[in-house]
Design a protein around this ligand. Structure first.
Ligand code: FES
Length: 577
């Protein structure tokens, strides 16, 4: 292959040569009806698209990609759209999280192996966002993010319905016998009534807000509804900007700095965002090489109040957040209180602080003033103790205040199947003070760390009006869920964490203010139990899942695969056919 002269574009290593390889690269592309000047050295923009009809939250992405293309062409570049593995949350089994790392490999290799100078990441449903950013971060080309936007507010029988959050609520009501199955079924179509992703502040909306807060997306990336015409205009501007950042050589590593992560943590706190963000941001930091972990999560988020009154922590939905001012309005409030790393660079070429100056709160019920915050300490709490030596996560804004300091006897479920078989048993030895424990549900144990951490309340307690209990597991929880739920316990039980040796009746103490999670047994007894413990056989040993179980890191390290951590750059080791 003829190498391009130094200083010319990366894509010219494919399209610039006058030899056999250049012929091959151009000729086959020209079967799409392209004239020769497309290959004249203009910026080639790869549009990394997670469109799939099996990922309903991203099913509108082909149309959105057309708007990106218009912007790219208008700015003098040329777009090539390419598909990557689409991790859809609502369909993928056993859990979309199992495939986040696989998808990130697809993204990384597709970017590195193809002729592109810059990348647009099209993200929406939960895992599609981290998988794309992780893969792109391992390449470090000029990169810009575009989220697909939330669905319109759900409406049913005169009331608002929020994705996920109201499914959990309605399904508990069915179990309690307070609504009919027919009413439950009727809510399905009313909840998901437009294109877009979950419109609660679940994981998708949290990560779309993070994309904006971390500087990877343009202002208002997070909250504009998927079907709002302004979303297409935003996509058009993303296309334009993708070309400009190639000219400016504005690589991802100049955006994803430690200060950018600080801004992301504080945005998650201020918006009452999902616990899943902990795993994803740590994994992204690992790819780009920024020293960022659980301690930063707790320290940076601790004094940030939850200002945005959205489900599951509050009342409203993303459409309301958009009309109230969206992420820029929250950034402005954070800046006014000294909690914005204002000098961090963003992908529009301005700093976060400059973008925040344009923020305006139009509805103080949705984006509350500091003195009317819905939680004064909105940050995700990182707990440690003899039950979670490497950490665990709890979302205070979604928990019951009275349960955040609690001692109760453990009731242990070995697996999700065990849980499902026994949770509604009328003879289950449980009361409202019991601490429900689920193990074998972490990254290796499930495998994939399923969203099963918000264990259902036992039916006999639901019928008595109990709606929350302390629950502890090595699993995750849907970002749309709520409750006093301790998640991501590390090390997980199948990796020999102390969760593996908890027994029914052991007292467990949760103290969120002190950030503690402890098993109240004698230290020697705990050590004896751990010494006698033997790991279970992995439930899969072959295929991708076997590789995943063997190489996945623990939750405190972002649950990435160990060999994927780090930035490998965009150079192709071998270039010829
Ligand atoms: Fe896709 Fe919730 S299921 S964002």
């Amino acid at each position: 292959m003829t190498k391009p002269a130094s200083g010319t574009r990366r894509s010219q290593a494919w399209f610039g040569g006058l030899d056999k390889d250049g012929f091959i690269h151009r000729s086959w592309m020209r079967n799409q009806g392209l004239p020769s000047h497309v290959f004249d050295g203009r910026p080639i923009i790869g549009i990394c698209n997670t469109y799939s009809e099996l990922t309903p939250c991203n099913a509108h992405f082909r149309e959105l990609a057309e708007a990106v293309k218009r912007g790219v062409i208008e700015a003098g570049g040329w777009p090539f759209e390419f598909p990557v593995f689409s991790c859809g949350e609502s369909n993928l089994r056993p859990t979309a999280m199992l495939f986040r790392n696989l998808a990130s490999m697809d993204v990384e290799e597709a970017i590195r192996g193809n002729p592109m100078d810059g990348v647009v990441l099209m993200m929406g449903c939960d895992k599609t966002t981290p998988s794309l950013i992780m893969g792109a971060a391992s390449c470090d080309l000029p990169t810009i993010g575009l989220s697909g936007g939330p669905m319109l507010n759900g409406r049913h029988q005169g009331r608002t319905l929020g994705s996920g959050t109201d499914v959990w609520r309605l399904s508990e009501e069915v179990r309690a016998g307070t609504i009919s199955v027919a009413d439950f079924m009727a809510a399905e179509a009313a909840m998901s009534r437009s294109a877009g992703h979950c419109m609660t502040m679940g994981t998708a909306s949290t990560l779309a807000s993070v994309v904006e807060a971390i500087g990877l997306g343009l202002p208002h990336n997070a909250a504009l509804p998927a079907v709002d015409a302004r979303r297409k205009a935003l996509a058009h501007m993303v296309g334009r900007r993708a070309v400009e950042i190639v000219h400016e050589d504005l690589r991802l590593s100049r955006i994803l700095t430690l200060d950018a992560f600080r801004n992301a943590v504080r945005m998650v706190a201020a918006t009452g965002g999902s616990t899943n963000a902990v795993l994803h941001l740590i994994a992204i930091a690992g790819r780009i090489g920024v020293p960022f972990g659980l301690d930063e999560w707790d320290t940076w988020g601790r004094d940030v109040p939850t200002l945005v009154d959205l489900m599951p922590s509050g009342r409203f939905l993303m459409e309301d957040f958009c009309y109230a001012g969206g992420v820029p309005a929250v950034q402005r409030l954070l800046d006014e209180h000294g909690l914005l790393a204002a000098d961090a660079l963003t992908v529009n070429g301005r700093t976060v602080g400059e973008n925040a100056r344009d923020g305006v709160v139009y509805d103080p019920e949705v984006i509350r003033p500091w003195d009317r915050a819905i939680a004064s300490q909105g940050g995700l709490a990182i707990l440690r103790g003899n039950l979670a030596p490497r950490g665990a996560v709890l979302k205070p804004s979604a928990a019951t205040p009275a349960l955040m300091s609690h001692v109760g006897p453990a009731l242990v479920f070995e697996t999700v199947e065990d849980l499902k078989a026994r949770i509604d048993d009328p003879d289950l030895p449980v009361d409202a003070d019991t601490v429900l424990v689920l193990r074998n549900s972490g990254p290796k144990g499930y495998p994939g760390m399923a969203e099963v951490g918000n264990l259902p309340i036992p039916r006999k307690l639901v019928e008595r009006g109990v709606r929350d209990m302390v629950r502890i597991s090595d699993a995750r929880m849907s970002g749309t869920a709520y409750g006093t739920v301790v998640l991501h316990v590390a090390p997980e039980s199948v990796a020999g964490g102390p969760l593996a040796v908890v027994r029914d009746g052991d007292l467990i103490r949760l103290d969120v203010a002190e950030r503690r999670l402890d098993l109240l047994i004698d230290e020697q007894d705990l050590q004896n139990r751990l010494a006698a413990w033997r790991p279970p056989e992995p439930i899969v040993q072959t295929g991708y899942q076997g590789l995943y179980v063997e190489r996945v890191l623990q939750a405190d390290q972002g649950a990435d695969l160990d060999f994927l951590v780090g930035c490998r750059g965009a150079d192709v080791p071998r270039e010829s056919h």
